[in-house]
Design a protein around this ligand. Structure first.
Ligand code: ADP
Ligand code: MG
Length: 323
């Protein structure tokens, strides 16, 4: 949309690819084991395509459907075995999805004859214990439950809110990620030649006590904001936010809708403040790509998986570049 020049891959060394929830489940949102394995195979073919161009890749991923399933298990079993906290659910999904992605990635790399291996890092993101969300949680998660079932979980210390006709819903904080604590491990593995999966679900939220000890907290970090911070921490050249649309769109859903191509970060912030990007979906992606570029990143792209190789080169998707 602007006259900014296209950029080439030649000088690109390191990319962070953030996979949306849709890249990790069936198209209709089902998250059966076979759906997740199939989705991972498709996504990792795209990653192998990048690796075959000589690009170092770090992968991060959403975990909404997977955490949702774990919460249902917690709820159904709450009177038999103690529910595990949300940070444990996050850690479990990082482990499981890391495993699934590694299998798919090693196979995709071997198919292309690429002598590179994968690694997954259980990754913690530090948040502020004083974040307002901890005293007044604003993020609803999981399914609606009748009052009686919610009561059992409230007895286990969870916060549930009466949301009217549909029933009760669990509420948690969605704090700002401040520091990706395990970024140095990710960095070292990339330097050692691994394709690394890290910071799934935005990172496992932890706070540091006055005595310096870390402990997990019941919260959900935005996956895209976590990705932007990891991207800066491991100093990638390009952040790619992969989702189910090829571009961010102005006047989305209206007859005059228009795709955003290559724009400066100030232009993109301007579109954001005009209200073009929905808060629960495209909004955080736009915020994430803008943050990355504002903090010194070279280029950030929002697009779908089919466009990944072109997107990294700045030739597809919504490309945000420095002013
Ligand atoms: P993911 O699971 O990949 O994180 P989301 O569903 O959270 O993806 O966000 C992508 C969705 O955002 C698109 O499928 C689209 O329906 C929605 N969306 C909202 N506003 C816009 C916009 N302005 N341009 C493009 N997509 C938008
Ligand atoms: Mg989604």
């Amino acid at each position: 949309m602007s006259g900014l020049p296209a950029v080439t891959t030649v000088e690109i060394m390191k990319v962070l690819l953030a996979l949306g929830g849709n890249a990790m489940t069936n198209r209709d949102g089902r998250a059966r084991v076979e759906d997740q394995i199939a989705a991972a195979q498709v996504a990792m073919q795209a990653v192998a395509g990048l690796v075959s161009e000589g690009i170092d890749v770090v992968i991060t991923h959403g975990n909404g459907p997977q955490v949702g399933n774990l919460l249902v298990k917690n709820e159904l079993a709450a009177s038999v075995v103690p529910p595990v906290p949300l940070d444990w659910c996050g850690a479990q999904t990082q482990g499981t999805l890391g495993f699934v992605l590694m299998n798919a990635l090693d196979a995709a790399l071997a198919e292309r004859g690429i002598d590179k291996r994968s690694a997954a890092v259980v990754t913690r993101a530090r948040v502020d214990a004083g974040d307002a969300g901890f005293t007044r949680p604003t993020k609803p998660i999981g399914r609606f439950l009748p009052a009686e079932e919610a009561r059992v979980l409230r007895e286990h210390g969870e916060i549930w809110e009466d949301r009217g006709e549909k029933g009760w819903r669990r509420m948690v904080a969605s704090p700002e990620p401040l520091e990706i604590l395990d970024a140095p491990a990710v960095h070292a593995l990339v330097e050692a030649g691994f394709v690394v999966v890290a910071n799934g679900g935005g990172g496992i939220p932890v706070v540091r006590d006055a005595d310096g000890v870390l402990h997990g907290v019941e919260a959900v970090i935005d996956k895209d904001l976590g990705a932007a911070l990891l991207a800066r921490s491991v100093e990638v050249d390009v952040l790619v936010v992969a989702t189910d649309v090829s571009n961010a769109v102005l006047r989305y859903g209206q007859p005059s809708a228009e795709q955003v191509g290559t724009v400066s970060v100030d232009q993109m912030r301007g579109y954001g403040s005009e209200g073009h990007f929905a808060s629960g979906s495209m909004g955080p992606k736009v915020d994430a790509v803008c943050r990355f570029v504002e903090q010194g990143g070279r280029r950030a792209v929002i697009t779908n998986l089919d466009n990944i190789v072109d997107a990294v080169a700045g030739n597809a998707g919504t490309v945000v570049v420095p002013n």
